[in-house]
Design a protein around this ligand. Structure first.
Ligand SMILES: [Zn+2]
Length: 257
């Protein structure tokens, strides 16, 4: 109900003067269950309870994200032509940039050592959040290495013959309308989230092409159809071997996916 926005939230009730305390009830319950303090609760807004920042809703919100992504991911794979050279790599919950670069397939793009060196250089340019300051001040180099190593995209698609790697990311939008108006802000946020990964990879393996393809789902878990097909087309354009088109059948597959 919270995700579907069919319940009134504290912030809205306060606006119509039906409630004074705007602290999040879900966060409060989650904190009570583990004996934590109920001081300094975040405001209970629709955006908050529909995010992983809400202690009480994080598990549900994450499950909703994974559910939508599983369906989109299956559609993307089904849309591939038989001759497609794309390899879809699905990081699990334990995966991150560190564990991926233990795999031979990734080490062939660039060595772990070079990746780490470039990661420290690029991560220095990414601003630190307040809660990161203590770890940074203890050992800045280790902090930057670890921050990069712990980054994890939703999915990765590789064509090693084409030397292309796509990072795929799903964002759930709190926009009320499931049309193109929901795309801009969420895409900007997704790009910012993985900017470091893209820049580090470009610096470590300049002969490869790296980019990010974002998918945005609205409140009712639907995507903008035209945008989804555009993204599939971007994948298709790098699915061929050495720039040779693998045939027009793929477009038909996509429309029926
Ligand atoms: Zn909360």
């Amino acid at each position: 109900m919270a995700i579907a926005r069919t319940i009134p939230v504290a912030k809205w009730l306060a606006t119509i003067e039906r409630r004074l305390d705007v602290g999040c009830k879900s966060c409060n319950r989650a904190r009570e269950q583990c004996g934590a303090s109920s001081q300094n609760l975040l405001e209970e807004t629709y955006g908050h309870i529909d995010s992983a920042f809400c202690d009480g809703m994080a598990t549900t919100v994450t499950a909703a994200h994974h559910f939508i992504w599983r369906h989109l991911y299956a559609s993307m794979q089904a849309a591939q032509a038989p001759a497609s050279k794309l390899r879809f790599v699905r990081p699990d919950e334990e995966s991150n940039m560190n564990t991926l670069w233990q795999e031979e397939e990734f080490k062939q793009i660039c060595s772990r050592e070079l990746l780490t060196k470039k990661a420290v250089e690029i991560e220095k340019q990414v601003s630190k959040k307040e809660h990161e300051r203590e770890r940074h001040d203890f050992d800045p180099k280790i902090f930057y290495e670890n921050r990069f190593r712990n980054r994890r995209p939703d999915d990765i698609v590789i064509n090693k013959n084409h030397q292309t790697l796509h990072i795929l990311e799903l964002k759930r939008s709190s926009n009320r309308n499931e049309d193109s108006s929901l795309l801009g802000v969420e895409e900007d946020e997704a790009n910012e989230q993985h900017k470091s990964i893209i820049e580090v990879l470009k610096a470590a393996a300049p002969e490869w092409t790296f980019d990010q393809i974002n998918f945005v789902a609205g409140r009712r878990s639907a995507v903008v159809e035209e945008d989804f097909y555009d993204k599939l087309e971007r994948l298709r354009s790098t699915s061929r071997e050495n720039g040779q088109d693998s045939g027009g059948a793929c477009a038909t597959h996509m429309r029926s996916a």
